[in-house]
Design a protein around this ligand. Structure first.
Ligand SMILES: *Cc1c(COP(=O)(O)O)cnc(C)c1O
Length: 357
């Protein structure tokens, strides 16, 4: 890729934050962004690194009406040796291409995706926090930009990458969060777009999340759309249960997002000494298991929070308290192992770390 660069003068750059561990998630953006355009006659072209700033779009642009939009979520870490590290970024490139395919949008060559992120990260290196627990969140996005109101795939697209320094995702930090099981709303149905990281899935889940937060819970635990019986995921995280001596997560059904953290937890489990299983799991099995003590831990897994222990699940008007509302040993072990690998402190036995520089 030939990337043209328009770099912000040193004295015009934004000031860095004082304490990255206190940064709210995704509110502050770095000085530059990467952009690349797609047109039918030229394919992907005009790769550029430019100052971060507003996009110029026609009000009739496809994305603003029919939501041809997909995105990814990744993090860049600074190791104690000063390297810029990313965690399994090729998996994100592949997943973005699967999302693009589902939304009838043009794919991006994996190597171009990685080069775009890598070159932008090198320009923005000063923004990558050195403290463990903080990182630089990477948000690649593709939108349909054609100015036309007919319902059809856009002819033109924009791929852009923006960066945001972040601290811990939940205000609770690495402390248990509470989940509220939605018995009426659904996130995704069979044959729908639940497996794609596309904006509409999240817009559709906001109302349920508002109800959950109004009642004092931090996130929604989604069930399947057909029967409202089987556990799916949390909406920005996949979900795990420790049931007796087995780690259980809902099997991929087409309606669950295929998390890279989820897959990494499953791949780490045998080495850490716990059997892992992907299967259907009914909400009754979960709440009965919490009540009887068979379910000893529940935690979410996703890039933003890495591992997020769950201390409370509300279902049918009852609160089920998990592990005395304390972080359990498996959540801690997976969190320590994943973050240890991500920050370059633990040996990368699985070949997951991509050294940008
Ligand atoms: C991004 C996301 C996840 C987590 O995926 P990771 O690859 O682990 O970050 C889980 N569920 C949904 C709905 C998501 O959008």
């Amino acid at each position: 890729m030939n990337i043209t660069r328009e770099i912000v003068a040193a004295d015009k750059r934004k000031p860095l934050f004082d304490d990255p561990l206190k940064l709210p998630f995704g509110r502050q953006f770095t000085d530059h962004m990467f952009t690349m355009s797609f047109a039918p006659e030229s394919g992907w072209h005009e790769a550029r690194i430019t100052p971060y700033g507003p996009l110029l779009l026609e009000p009739s642009a496809n994305v603003l009406h029919y939501s041809q939009e997909v995105f990814e979520g990744q993090k860049a870490y600074k190791s104690s040796r000063g390297e810029i590290l990313m965690f399994r970024p090729r998996e994100n490139a592949r997943r973005m291409n699967r999302s693009l395919q589902r939304m009838c949008m043009p794919e991006i060559p994996e190597d171009d995706f990685l080069e775009a992120e890598g070159e932008l990260l090198k320009v923005e290196e000063r923004w990558i926090p050195g403290q463990k627990g903080a990182s630089l969140y990477v948000r690649p996005t593709v939108i349909g930009t054609e100015a036309a109101l007919g319902i059809k795939p856009s002819s033109h697209y924009l791929f852009y990458v923006i960066l945001s320094p972040v601290g811990p995702y939940f205000k609770e930090g690495f402390n248990p969060v509470s989940l509220w099981v939605s018995e009426t709303y659904s996130r995704a149905g069979n044959g729908g777009t639940g497996e794609a990281k596309t904006g509409g899935n999240y817009a559709g889940s906001l109302l349920a999340t508002r109800e959950a937060t109004q009642q004092g819970y931090s996130q929604v635990l989604w069930l399947d759309a057909g029967e409202h019986r089987y556990v799916e995921e949390v909406g920005a995280m996949n979900i795990f249960f420790v049931i007796e001596d087995t780690l259980v997560t809902p099997a991929l059904s087409g309606t669950i997002l295929q998390g890279i953290t989820r897959r990494s937890v499953l791949e780490l489990a045998p080495g850490l000494g716990i059997r892992a299983e992907e299967r259907r799991i009914a909400i009754d099995e979960v709440v009965d298991g919490i009540a009887s003590g068979k379910v000893s831990e529940v935690f979410g897994a996703g890039t933003a929070a890495v591992i997020s222990p769950v201390g409370k699940i509300a279902y049918q008007g009852r609160d089920f308290i998990v592990n005395g509302n304390q972080t359990g040993p498996w959540a801690k072990k997976f969190f320590d192992t994943l973050t240890g690998i991500q920050y370059g402190e633990l040996e990368d036995r699985h070949g997951w770390i991509h050294v940008v520089k």
